[in-house]
Design a protein around this ligand. Structure first.
Ligand SMILES: [Zn+2]
Ligand SMILES: [Zn+2]
Length: 398
């Protein structure tokens, strides 16, 4: 994504824009100077934390005396515009006039934002078609002045009554919440992460927190920080405590919940387990994976859901016994499963010939019966007791 000036109400990119020539300047290396630049930006936007090596300011926030060879650059004799060392930005963007924006311009900006499209590309399509349109600086101004405040207001208008009604109905200490984080880009290079908390009994999102990766150690810690903020928001602002918390199997989260929410039952989202091939196979202790196991994946996932759905009491031992039976089932052994809680498969006798081949232990898989020989990989999974894994029909909230 092309760089844009980070000053609130500006948002210019490199090149000619709105009839003026725009150059961009990266954040200075000197720490004291960086802080002064941050202070300037903070005066124009409250959400600003600190500039990174990728943040830029445009030349419109400096006077012409702040540059080396400004005249030559403005006349086109010089390509690069360099700042004098130690320069601090001083010129804030002019406050917008009270003249309202044309309605269709605002509608266009809203359509781009709400459909999640990239403004630069969307507007370029229109200009390639020779359709008179707004520029990206206008889009960012609309977004900051009108659209985001409106979105925030609508969300608050929705969120507050839900929380009040939960409080009034005596849900404190009975909340069943599913939480999950999402990054703005895949991998560990995300700049922002959002954390969403969904209440299962009313099926409503209670809270969304946005965390910038700079606020924590790195991007992979955004999820835990989001959870902490959501939990403290519910507890401090509305005095609502969570009875059951369903999350994915991030070990940071597991540890934090164990240490900080002793009265909360922790459960793991079945959808997250089912989507992970590695965790599925290691859970049923198949050490040697043959490609034939892949044909069984769908059945194994179905079995995982069935284990949860067929045990409404949530009895961990029973679910665990059912789950372990799949390792025998894939070998065409449906009775004498060596487990008192679930001695035989629950399906009717299989008569018809199946397209999937049965797995044979000698050739393809090795069933580990003793839990005393764990590898380090399995160890992490074993901490995740099957009884804690199951929550019927949970899905990732976002
Ligand atoms: Zn600017
Ligand atoms: Zn069976």
């Amino acid at each position: 994504m092309p760089s844009r000036c980070v000053v609130g109400g500006c948002g210019f990119g490199y090149g000619p824009s709105a009839g003026q020539k725009v150059a961009l300047h990266t954040w200075p290396k000197d720490r004291k100077l960086r802080k002064k630049w941050d202070k300037f930006v903070k005066e124009t936007r409250k959400d600003w934390i600190a500039g990174s090596d990728k943040s830029v300011l445009c030349n419109l926030h400096f006077t012409s005396e702040d540059f080396l060879g400004y005249l030559q650059w403005s006349m086109g004799f010089k390509r690069k515009l360099a700042l004098k060392p130690g320069t601090i930005p001083t010129i804030k963007p002019a406050k917008s006039s009270n003249r309202p924006s044309p309605f269709l311009n605002l509608l266009l900006s809203a359509a781009i934002l709400f459909t999640g499209n990239l403004p630069t590309q969307s507007l370029r399509i229109l200009s390639c078609m020779n359709v008179a349109t707004i520029n990206t600086a206008n889009f960012f101004r609309h977004q900051q002045q009108y659209l985001q405040p409106k979105v925030e207001k609508l969300w608050k208008d929705d969120q507050v009554p839900i929380l009040h009604s939960l409080k009034a109905s005596g849900a404190d200490g009975k909340l069943i919440c599913a939480g999950d984080g999402r990054s703005d880009s895949p991998g560990h290079c995300a700049k922002y992460g959002s954390y969403t908390m969904l209440e299962q009994t009313v099926n409503k999102v209670l809270d969304i927190q946005v965390v910038q990766s700079k606020e924590v150690k790195n991007a992979s810690w955004c999820e835990l920080e989001g959870l902490k903020r959501s939990v403290s928001f519910l507890r401090d602002a509305y005095n609502l405590r969570i009875a059951v918390l369903i999350t994915d199997r991030h070990m940071q989260i597991v540890k934090w919940v164990r240490e900080n929410l002793p009265h909360t039952i922790r459960r793991f989202d079945i959808w997250h387990i089912a989507k992970c091939r590695k965790s599925l196979y290691t859970h049923i202790q198949i050490l040697l994976i043959h490609e034939a196991v892949g044909k069984w994946r769908k059945s194994i996932v179905n079995h995982l859901y069935w284990c949860a759905a067929s045990t409404p009491s949530g009895d961990g031992d029973e679910i665990s016994a059912k789950w372990e039976s799949v390792a025998f089932h894939v070998q065409n052994q449906h009775t004498d499963l060596n487990n008192a809680r679930f001695p035989a498969c629950a399906h009717p006798p299989l008569v018809e010939q199946r397209p999937k081949e049965w797995l044979t232990p000698r050739k393809y898989i090795c069933i580990k019966t003793s839990p005393n020989h764990e590898t380090c990989h399995l160890e992490a999974l074993y901490k995740v007791k099957i009884s804690q894994i199951i929550q019927i029909g949970q899905k990732c909230p976002i």
